[in-house]
Design a protein around this ligand. Structure first.
Ligand code: BES
Ligand code: ZN
Ligand code: ZN
Length: 479
């Protein structure tokens, strides 16, 4: 069960509380002893931002907002504090917490709640002692004058959708193979209210999706191609926004096998793009945003096998273009190319693809942001970057010069599926560009999709990156 987030009705003196305050706050209103107030003042003097008082039956947190900070950085600080508050609450077996918005800054109060709720995520499905390990915290209440029911609902939806994306990523391929991924998306469509059509192998063959079929050749499990559509009455966009997500449920590298340990261990995360896209649509549909969105998820595992595609193969893609395969581990672009070419039929206003595509992107900026590139105009790029800053899934735009195209030229076919030693994230993007004829942006989330160590409210393992970014971008576009 996800943490519930609601409007505070009454404040009980034994419920843990977070006071969103500043240096000028009058503490007398909050049932604190003189000693406690002295302690708070002392901590404030020492420039501490998060102050905790253990009153035995409850915890009192005082959270001092830093001024002179850019708003998005301030909100991120609050989410991070929310994460620390969440650990303390669970350590002290607290079931609920109230955020008291002393400053009358609803957005800030919501950011704290977001940080707490996202930090409270757990994936205990395979734990024998799950009951014992389960977090105590169940409810977050907010007391803020200007709090709108819609804001609360949206926050709850964002947390639910991000948690769902994390779970999809955290599920191993022994459970989540390509047909299962499609089935999970179908369930999400039923719950949130969007259409889902799953193309099976026969249909994919009939459509000649050569890229997806090539990657699937080493597998014992058929591929799927899932099409989502959310088309609300009164949508503000005439042409749809199409979201494409890489759905490689496991990437062994294929015959160009990845070495273990290290590089293969976490490759169940190679469908994080599919998770981001499907869970973003889940959120958009649940929130009933007035925006027409289509989602495409080509899915398979990538394995060596008797019949696996090989380095040296030439593949005819869905678009009709031919690709010389020189590394079967560069599989993501093979199936994304088919989905991007398929997207043309919707005459989209914009296409955004999300993919754990290259180690090069991860090496360049690590987990701290998302590498992006593409052909959309500056206005769209700026809106995306603004959302990126706001939700703190920051975008780093890489150069997308045509010189990089030269690096994927092939003597044998229309292009090859790898570039040389330079610009690995960009040559992958340039490969994809061949299959687009509409405004498009590519997001390489190989860095932030999966993290091995606990990182604040992003948690550990699957982060659900992309969901909050996409939701904020679509929310703004739908207004
Ligand atoms: N799924 C990987 C990329 C990846 C790396 C995702 C690290 C998450 C973390 C992708 O399919 C891949 O193997 N890419 C190759 C491409 C190369 C062969 C051109 C890579 O980046 O090494
Ligand atoms: Zn690969
Ligand atoms: Zn991959």
């Amino acid at each position: 069960m996800a943490t519930s987030i609601k409007k505070a009705i009454k404040t009980a003196s034994n419920t843990s509380i977070v006071l969103l305050a500043d240096k000028k706050t009058k503490w007398s209103a909050y049932q604190l002893t003189e000693k406690e107030v002295a302690w708070i003042n002392q901590k404030i003097k020492a420039d501490e931002q998060l102050i905790m008082i253990n009153q035995f039956d409850r915890l009192v947190f005082v959270l001092i907002t830093k001024d002179k900070q850019e708003r998005h950085a301030q909100l991120e600080d609050l989410r991070n504090s929310g994460s620390k508050i969440c650990s303390a609450l669970n350590t002290h077996k607290q079931g609920s917490v109230i955020i008291e918005d002393v400053l009358n800054d609803t957005e800030a109060a919501l950011a704290i709640a977001e940080g707490i709720a996202l930090s409270n995520y757990q994936f205990l499905k395979y734990r024998g002692e799950a009951d014992k390990e389960k977090n105590s915290l169940q409810t977050i209440a907010i007391n803020s004058k200007k709090l709108d029911k819609k804001d609360l609902e949206r926050l709850a939806i964002i947390v639910e959708a991000t948690s769902l994306a994390r779970t999809l990523v955290n599920e191993p391929q022994s459970y989540l193979n390509a047909p299962k991924l499609a089935e999970e998306i179908q369930k999400m469509g039923d719950t949130a209210g969007f259409q889902v059509e799953v193309l099976n192998k026969t249909k994919i063959e009939a459509l000649k999706m050569g890229g997806l079929l090539a990657v699937n050749k080493g597998s014992q499990t058929p591929p799927t191609f899932t099409i989502m559509e959310y088309k609300p009455r009164g949508a503000v966009n005439k042409k749809p926004l199409v979201l494409v997500g890489k759905g490689v449920v496991y990437d062994t590298g294929g015959l160009s096998l990845k070495p273990t340990p290290n590089s293969m261990d976490t490759m169940k995360c190679d469908m994080a793009g599919a998770a981001a896209v499907s869970c973003a649509i889940f959120a958009v549909a649940k929130a009933k945003l007035k925006y027409h969105v289509i989602g495409l998820v080509p899915a398979t595992d990538n394995r060596p096998g008797e019949n696996a595609y090989t380095p040296g193969d030439v593949i005819e893609m869905y678009s009709g273009k031919t690709v010389e395969v020189l590394n079967t581990d560069a599989e993501g672009r093979m199936l994304l190319a088919d989905a991007l070419a398929y997207a043309k039929k919707y005459k989209p206003e914009l296409v955004l693809d999300f993919a754990t595509l290259t180690g090069a992107a991860a090496a360049a900026i690590g987990p701290y942001g998302i590498v992006c590139m593409g052909t959309a105009d500056e206005k769209i790029k700026n809106k995306l970057k603004k959302s990126g800053n706001y939700v703190y899934e920051r975008l780093v735009e890489f150069p997308f010069w045509d010189e990089y195209k030269n690096l994927i030229k092939s003597d044998l076919a229309d292009m090859k599926n790898i570039g040389g030693p330079i610009g690995g994230a960009i040559t992958a993007g340039k490969f994809l560009e061949y299959y687009t004829d509409y405004p498009w942006m590519h997001f390489d989330i190989a860095g932030p999709a999966f993290i091995n160590n606990n990182d604040s409210y992003r948690g550990k393992n699957g982060t659900g990156v992309g969901v909050r970014l996409l939701f904020d971008f679509i929310l703004n576009a739908s207004k």
